[in-house]
Design a protein. Structure first.
Length: 403
């Protein structure tokens, strides 16, 4: 029984993960890295590479699992050169039990490459245009089965679609961002102006309270200043999270401990709004590999939004739940509130940059930055909301384990 056929559920899950990258806001290189890792894991091949065609009609190594990282952007083949160049020229899939005996074999400058034998390669094409080649390698002499070849060709078709959509998105991204900035800059400036006015009022209360020996008045002013500082800090962090290039530094983190730390940081805000914060944590969750700083911001953004969704003076409850999804190699983080909910007519825009459900009280950056961070980690985010009853956000994160 072939490697692919033995793990049909995992194969379907992998294809679903790859299809989810269509329309993703992640950088193309990050998307390709995720796809290469998924393919390598399912096919149990130590080396999986994606070459993309440049303007000079060269196939350039754009993503890989197994090869030395310094080969990215360096290793390349001219059209017709080596096995990748031949695949692009002939527009056909090839499966070789031992590539080193093939007349087209031309190894790249890699010690790992010299240790590989079996070779599976297929073109990446959009209609009739060849945009790249994807390869899978094994270190032993091996005959790829029909199931494995079919799976690999299916992945290649998905990859081509993902690349096409990602390129369309990237080509529009700069223009869209500039247009969004032009339209919304006055809204952000108005938000900052309001925060500064609040800070000015807080300064007055502090100065006046100290001058008259009224410590309670000074404390009131200090609380105002702290709230304003929290808003400015959140604005800056969200803008940085959305605009900076992906430079995730992944390391194992205790997810439940991160949730507890985040909730503690929001105790003052929750108290001010009369909101009860409820952790509902799965004690059986292992560590998850994330960038601690940016993923903490994901939890902070979602929970802060949930607190601020409560109507003034009414109070409410926010539940942050963690759980492990058996058989799906995923963790689920949920943030649930019983606030005002999101109107149906704007629910499809909540992740748009500069679109805010809070009106003048928000900047519209937080959720856009949150989705970007989640997808950079290979996860997905979704929500459901009932106006007047509350909102339920779900973040699905890969565990990185193959069980």
């Amino acid at each position: 029984m072939t490697t692919v056929r033995k793990q049909v559920p995992r194969v379907l899950e992998g294809l679903l993960q790859i299809s989810n990258f269509v329309g993703s806001v992640m950088l193309l290189d990050d998307i390709l890295d995720h796809i290469a890792r998924i393919t390598s894991d399912i096919m149990q091949v130590p080396v999986c590479s994606i070459y993309l065609m440049n303007e000079e009609k060269e196939l350039v190594l754009r993503s890989n699992v197994g090869f030395e990282r310094e080969l990215l952007g360096v290793a390349r083949f001219a059209l017709g050169e080596g096995i990748p160049g031949w695949i692009a020229l002939e527009n056909q899939t090839i499966a070789l039990t031992d590539a080193t005996t093939h007349p087209r074999y031309k190894p790249i400058d890699s010690a790992i490459e010299l240790g590989c034998r079996a070779y599976l390669a297929a073109p990446l094409r959009i209609q009739e245009e060849i945009i790249g080649v994807m390869t899978a390698r094994k270190t032993e002499v091996y005959e790829f089965s029909r199931d494995e070849i079919l799976f690999f060709e299916t992945v290649c078709k998905q990859v081509a679609i993902v690349i096409e959509k990602a390129r369309m998105y990237e080509s529009k991204l700069t223009v869209e961002r500039l247009a969004a900035v032009a339209i919304s800059l006055s809204g952000v400036a108005h938000y900052i102006k309001n925060v500064l006015l609040t800070m000015k009022g807080g300064e007055y209360l502090v100065d006046n309270g100290l001058a008259q020996g009224q410590l309670e008045r000074a404390r009131e002013g200090w609380s105002v200043l702290k709230r304003a500082n929290r808003k400015i800090r959140g604005l800056v962090e969200n803008m940085l999270n959305f605009s900076r290039q992906s430079q995730l530094i992944l390391r194992p983190v205790n997810l439940n401990s991160m949730v507890i730390d985040m909730l503690r940081s929001l105790e003052e805000l929750a108290h001010e709004r009369g909101v009860e914060l409820v952790p509902a944590l799965d004690g059986g969750i292992d560590e998850v590999s994330v960038d601690p700083e940016s993923f903490y911001d994901v939890l902070l953004n979602l929970t802060t939004n949930a607190i601020e969704a409560m109507p003034e003076g009414r109070g409410g409850k926010v539940v942050v739940r963690t759980s492990r999804l058996d058989g799906r190699h995923q963790l689920l983080i949920e943030v649930i509130d019983n606030g005002t909910g999101i109107p149906l007519e704007i629910q499809d825009r909540v992740f748009n940059l500069f679109f805010s459900t809070k009106g003048k009280r928000g900047t519209g950056i937080g959720l856009a930055a949150t989705r970007k961070i989640v997808e950079e980690h290979g996860g997905t985010i979704e929500f459901s909301s009932t106006p007047g009853a509350g909102t339920h956000f779900k973040v699905y994160m890969p565990t990185g384990r193959n069980e």
